[in-house]
Design a protein around this ligand. Structure first.
Ligand SMILES: [Zn+2]
Length: 186
């Protein structure tokens, strides 16, 4: 379980990293935030407990607004276990309540938070590239079908993995949907 002081530090670090990556953060409740970029909406969940003890899955879905977001990022020392539990809960409400949630579940381990979060954001931005896309620039042939690749997303930030400023780009082939996430170290 996180100590309040530790939790405050994690939220501070997390907010800085998310803002550096172009997201705006707003508080949902005492253990969750909503991060937005373009039309991409992600729930960041910092569970107060290290386990998932839920007697009413539908209530959890409603409290966390899981039907209003594209993804949930579980930030915890037991992120992989909890992300697995959330995935099971999503299956449960589908089977028992006919509630179909189109939500990608990501696990972000608090150990080395910066790097883990950067990897998760790289993945989420690539998956949801159409929701964050603001450009449409041609850039070479698709490695799979040879059609024109298009740069759909570009963002400059300081990488915590490379410890240098980088330009991040997402290239998409509209014909066969191949996507490339590219990081240019400055
Ligand atoms: Zn292609």
């Amino acid at each position: 379980m996180l100590k309040p002081v530790e939790k405050e530090e994690i939220i501070e670090d997390l907010s800085k990293i998310m803002e550096e990556r172009g997201f705006t953060l707003s508080k949902l409740n005492d253990e969750a935030y909503i991060a937005k970029s373009g039309s991409l909406s992600m729930l960041i969940w910092l569970p107060n407990e290290d386990y998932l003890l839920i007697d009413d899955p539908v209530k959890f879905v409603e409290r966390m607004g899981l039907n209003k977001v594209d993804s949930i990022m579980v930030v915890s020392y037991r992120a992989f276990y909890l992300a697995d539990e959330v995935s099971k809960l999503i299956d449960t409400v589908r089977v028992w309540n006919g509630m179909y949630l189109n939500v990608k579940v990501y696990a972000v381990d608090i150990y080395r938070l910066g790097e883990r979060l950067e990897e998760t954001l790289n993945l989420a931005l690539t998956t949801f590239s159409s929701k964050v896309s603001s450009i449409n620039e041609p850039d070479g042939p698709c490695p799979q079908c040879g059609s024109q690749m298009l740069i759909k997303y570009r963002h400059s930030h300081r990488s915590l993995i490379y410890e240098k400023p980088v330009i991040e780009e997402i290239l998409v082939c509209d014909k066969c949907m191949v996507k490339i996430h590219r990081v240019k170290v400055q």
